[in-house]
Write a protein that binds this ligand. Structure first.
Ligand SMILES: [Zn+2]
Length: 104
């Protein structure tokens, strides 16, 4: 069985110098891998009940993640610049998203 994914760090980065920090979310995993996803991608994949029911629309492509918080030891909550903060991204979901896209 695969060991559960566990992040060792999470950083909010800018993809370009002129961009606002937080439009890229970079996660370093305990297995040594790194994943990087755009805030926009993560926002579109938000796992909260509202977004699962109705796919987010009208999300600006330059959206960023302004803050985050660890939830227990299984997930991270992302605070998006459109004031959406109900998404609790489990480690395994984040890892799955990264593996499905190969990152940015
Ligand atoms: Zn949501």
């Amino acid at each position: 069985m695969k060991k559960p994914a566990r992040p060792v760090s999470l950083e909010l980065r800018a993809s370009h110098k002129k961009d606002i920090a937080g439009n890229i979310v970079e996660i370093k995993w305990a297995d040594g891998s790194t994943s990087a996803s755009t805030a926009f991608f993560l926002r579109m994949k938000c796992p909260c009940a509202t977004c699962r029911e109705k796919k987010p629309s009208g999300v600006a492509p330059h959206i960023s993640v302004t803050a985050y918080g660890w939830v227990g030891n299984y997930a991270v909550q992302l605070f998006f610049s459109d004031n959406h903060d109900t998404g609790i991204f489990t480690y395994s979901y984040l890892k799955e998203l990264d593996e499905s896209t190969g990152g940015v």
